[in-house]
Design a protein around this ligand. Structure first.
Ligand code: BGC
Length: 448
């Protein structure tokens, strides 16, 4: 079903699993500061300890090996490597990631490293964060440092995770740094993140030892057709790429078109041009660097009618434990449209489901809905490739239940259950199921 070289992975992010927040010379990121604010995070949870991956990485890598996982998407904490954001390199931080990477490689697992998964060093936030035009330069320095230190062993990188949600964090989503700004202030932030991506790619290519693959893990608002008629499909595609809703910063094309195609999309550009920095057009060449894959996080899509308008889910629709709709056909359309528009192999860099998981009286964690969710999405992904899209891999979010940002430890997305009191790990039924999917290259997905 899926090719031999198809990448079967799991995805994580530093702040969500590492803990060790005050160890090994790490300084705070905006998330450490945000979590201390009264009422900012569900139940006052923080990532101080999280899943304690900082101390338990060997155990977690052994679990992955046992499952037959081929690739581990992890992020580096910028402030663990460069505690002041720029300048001094922290040897203890570098040593930690070196040990993790060696353990992964010795276990036959390829590391896929995201340079930044939302945890901006607090020191840089205090220098203006993404609002500072120099942010792009700071990021390039960090990217160069990582490439110099790790590109002998890490061959796959992503610059940013979901610029859409990084912007959302400045528009009242409740994520760090917890701001609520306007278009005037946020359009330049998005532009600076794109500049940082471009400069980061250039810096990594220049510093790396041998060839490395680089991409970005985007989010975005996808629409799927309510009825699969040619008109409705076309309308859903238009709604996705000719984005018209007020929350432009959540859209896919505002970020994806510049990095892959070198231009901002219409009609958003006409609306936002006036907020972009002077001479923004001069930056486009640097923003649009050749990339090796099109990384896409995909959880759900919104239903669109034959006019491309968003319509409610039908009565009785499927939802996850946080009430996000479940829309398996969406991943098929997304993968096909991405490949058609950007012409790069698509890698699903995140996909998964939070369920109401707990330990049953038999001591196991039964999660039939997660299995059903992944089965449906993977079957649709297979259909997308049979219909012509090139798909390079699939990363399940997530290996472990973890610190779900402002939702704290409430949502459980892991294939492996984490008891946060004891840090005991229990592979859920889905972990055993995924093992079989990987071992059969997807053939077992046909078993219903
Ligand atoms: C993020 C992850 C997050 C997941 C589930 C994605 O938007 O990249 O960090 O945990 O969604 O909420």
């Amino acid at each position: 079903m899926f090719a031999k070289d198809f990448v079967w992975g799991v995805a994580t992010a530093a702040y969500q699993i590492e803990g060790g927040a005050r160890e090994g010379g790490r300084t705070p990121s905006i998330w450490d500061v945000h979590c201390r604010k009264e009422g900012a995070i569900f139940n006052g949870n923080t990532g101080e300890t999280a899943c304690d991956f900082y101390h338990r990485y060997k155990e977690d890598i052994a679990l992955m090996k046992e499952m037959g996982i081929g690739a581990f998407r992890m992020s580096f904490s910028w402030n663990r490597i460069l505690p002041e954001g720029t300048g001094r390199v922290n040897a203890a931080g570098v040593d930690f990631y070196s040990r993790v990477i060696d353990e992964l490689l010795n276990s036959g697992i390829q590391p896929y490293v995201t340079l930044m998964h939302w945890d901006l060093p607090q020191a840089l936030y205090e220098r203006g964060g993404y609002m500072n035009r120099d942010f792009a330069q700071y990021f390039a320095e960090y990217a160069q440092t990582v490439a110099k230190l790790f590109s002998d062993r890490v061959k796959n990188f992503m610059t940013f995770n979901e610029p859409q949600l990084m912007l959302g964090a400045h528009r009242g989503s409740g994520k760090a740094p917890g701001l609520c700004l306007t278009d005037v202030e946020t359009a330049p932030i998005a532009h600076n993140i794109l500049r940082a991506h471009g400069k980061g790619v250039l810096a990594m290519r220049a510093a790396s030892k041998g060839h490395i693959d680089i991409g970005m893990a985007n989010q975005g608002c996808f629409f799927y057709p309510a009825e699969e008629t040619p008109e409705n499909i076309e309308a859903a595609k238009r709604a996705t790429f000719e984005y018209r809703l007020p929350n432009w910063y959540s859209s896919l094309p505002w970020y994806a078109d510049p990095i892959y195609l070198g231009r901002y999309p219409e009609p958003l550009l006409s609306r936002l041009k006036k907020y972009l920095p002077e001479n923004w057009e001069d930056d486009m060449k640097e923003i649009c660097q050749p990339l090796d894959f099109c990384g896409q996080n995909f959880y759900n899509a919104y239903r669109a009618d034959e006019n491309g308008n968003q319509v409610a889910e039908p009565a009785g629709a499927m939802y996850n434990a946080e009430h996000w709709n479940v829309s398996p056909s969406g991943i098929r359309f997304a993968a096909k449209w991405l490949y058609e528009r950007y012409k790069l192999p698509v890698i699903i860099t995140e996909n998964g489901m939070c369920c109401h998981d707990w330990v049953s009286l038999d001591g196991k964690v039964h999660d039939p809905q997660r299995i059903d969710f992944m089965q449906r999405y993977l079957l649709e992904l297979d259909r997308a490739q049979r219909e012509g899209a090139k798909i390079g891999g699939y990363f399940c979010w997530s290996l472990l239940d973890n610190m779900e940002w402002n939702l704290g430890y409430r949502p459980r997305f892991g294939l492996v259950y984490v008891d946060y009191k004891t840090q005991q790990r229990i592979p859920k039924d889905s972990a055993h199921w995924y093992k079989k999917v990987i071992a059969t290259q997807g053939e077992s997905l046909r078993e219903v």
